[in-house]
Ligand binder design. Structure first.
Ligand SMILES: [Zn+2]
Length: 188
């Protein structure tokens, strides 16, 4: 159970200092295992969600064939190597064929994959794959910019460095003009 495991970790970190006179976790740590377990439920809630359900709610696009872009989607994820957070924003775009999806779903699909133990490259690929598979668009694209806590507070200690990843599918991959239009929309 996660709570018991966290208690063990606290004892590893602090040793005797973690305990009070009654040999129980000291006041400040008493509810920490419970709080960590609760927060992990949220951080790892993506495992209970699947992209198909998220992208299922589609509507008739009524002939719209331009780019649909949701930009600056903030997200929080946890790096699988250090279990430290990486956070930033995602820009998600697609060009519909017949069906369009509710715009909030583009934010939700980022949540489905970011609320897991992850690396940034994998979230990028998984979101692009899901858009392609379930929306069957003319093109799909995602760009993620994120700062990684594991690079800031430890190791190389570069807390301002931003990592960018992208996946381009369909026309965004094939056609430089489509990619250029997307980049313009993201910048402006
Ligand atoms: Zn890391």
């Amino acid at each position: 159970m996660i709570e018991d495991s966290i208690k063990k970790i606290l004892l590893e970190i602090e040793g005797e200092a973690a305990l009070d006179d009654k040999k129980e976790l000291r006041e400040g740590l008493k509810n920490t295992p419970k709080r960590v377990a609760e927060s992990w439920k949220e951080l790892y809630s993506g495992y209970n969600k699947n992209p198909k359900d998220t992208l299922n709610a589609t509507f008739n696009g009524e002939g719209y064939d331009g780019i649909v872009l949701l930009k600056d989607i903030e997200f929080y994820s946890t790096c699988e190597h250090h279990m430290l957070s990486f956070t930033g924003k995602a820009h998600v775009a697609y060009i519909p064929t017949e069906r369009i999806v509710g715009i909030s779903k583009l934010a939700r699909i980022v949540e489905v994959f970011s609320r897991r133990l992850q690396n940034q490259e994998r979230i990028t690929t998984q979101v692009a794959d899901a858009l392609e598979k379930y929306l069957k668009p003319l093109g799909a694209a995602i760009i993620i910019e994120a700062k990684h806590e594991c690079m800031g507070c430890r190791g190389v200690k570069k807390s301002h460095a931003t990592m960018t990843t992208s996946a381009m599918r369909g026309v965004f991959f094939d056609k430089a003009e489509a990619r250029a239009e997307l980049m313009d929309l993201i910048k402006n």
